[in-house]
Design a protein around this ligand. Structure first.
Ligand code: RIB
Ligand code: CA
Length: 310
């Protein structure tokens, strides 16, 4: 009996989403991949997910999801990930095709048919919000939601992290769903960086996957170093939401009440994490990841790349 967590990865590849696919395939029981508009338009994030599926030789379905957020207009992060959403490497065209254009229906059906599924969204939460609205019963069936998003500071704005900022209404549904919720925010993911020595370790691995991922990580880190003053590498956000389930011993966390700001002129999309030690604070609705043991976590990611690269 595997003690691997069973997950559906909902993503917007995206350089760090691509690495989340690698660690999910290696260390979790990955039931399927669903895609969402975020780092790039849905057609691109879906194409990129298929590229990664074929590069890893995975036998998992890929279901295309929401074309845009619930309320807000679609927004992309081409300033980080490039026009394709996965710039910086010579990507082999996928031969796989999508299994459906109904990611939300796939999530609902799969949760209803399987016990103990974790939903792991690493992009805007549109698909997850829609699934919870269409089928509230899944909120009581899933093992939980482990998301990359939010944090004690922003990136797309001073206050808001990109995934939450793109679709705050969907995020509000998720943070209020009432079940187990784990949040890998920017204060956590910025501890997990693709430094040049780590990138060089990937580039030294044999095989096409390592070659492609080494180039993608180099592009990602070069972009981060160009845009930030004091970072020694790109923050590899999305794998944290997988590794905290597969290797929880590498993470420190705190339970807190978290709300999503929907109306603030300057703060829309902000996750307000209540860290006051007052007895009056509202009951915690989220396990907020606070620390990661980055060296062994990165070793795990490199080992996963090596496993699939040949
Ligand atoms: O803010 C970082 C998050 O936004 C990551 O998930 C990245 O892939 C983008 O989706
Ligand atoms: Ca992402």
């Amino acid at each position: 009996m595997s003690n691997k967590p069973t997950i559906i990865l909902d993503c917007d590849p995206g350089h760090d989403d691509a690495l989340a696919i690698v660690v999910a395939a290696r260390y979790a029981n990955l039931l399927g991949i669903t895609t969402v508009s975020g780092n790039a338009p849905i057609e691109s994030t879906t194409y990129n997910a298929l590229v990664m599926k074929d590069l890893l030789g995975l036998d998992v379905p890929v279901h295309k999801g929401a074309i845009r957020p619930l309320v807000a207009p679609p927004q992309y992060a081409t300033y980080v990930h490039g026009e394709s959403g996965l710039d910086g490497a010579d990507l082999p065209a996928p031969t796989s095709t999508i299994d459906s254009e109904d990611a939300v229906g796939y999530i609902i059906d799969t949760v209803r048919a399987n016990e103990g599924v974790w939903l792991v969204p690493t992009g805007p939460l549109t698909n997850i919000g829609l699934a919870l609205r269409l089928a509230p019963d899944i909120g009581k069936r899933i093992a939980g939601i482990s998301l990359m998003g939010g944090g004690l500071f922003g990136n797309r704005t001073t206050a808001a992290e990109f995934n939450i900022w793109v679709d705050p209404e969907a995020a509000d549904i998720v943070f209020n769903y009432g079940g187990p919720l784990v949040m890998a925010g920017l204060h956590l993911t910025h501890q997990f960086r693709a430094t040049q020595p780590r990138i060089d370790r990937v580039k030294a691995l044999p095989g096409q996957l390592a070659n492609v991922l080494g180039d993608l990580m180099q592009f990602f880190t070069d972009t981060y170093m160009r845009r930030h003053h004091g970072m020694d590498g790109g923050a590899v956000h999305d794998p944290c939401s997988v590794l905290c389930l597969t290797h929880p011993e590498l993470f420190g966390k705190t339970a807190a009440h978290v709300v999503v700001e929907l109306t603030g002129e300057h703060t829309r999309g902000m996750t307000l994490i209540d860290q006051r030690d007052l007895k009056e604070v509202r009951e915690a609705n989220c396990d907020v990841l606070m620390t990661i043991d980055a060296e062994p976590a990165f070793d795990l990611m490199i080992d996963a790349i090596a496993h699939f690269s040949h």
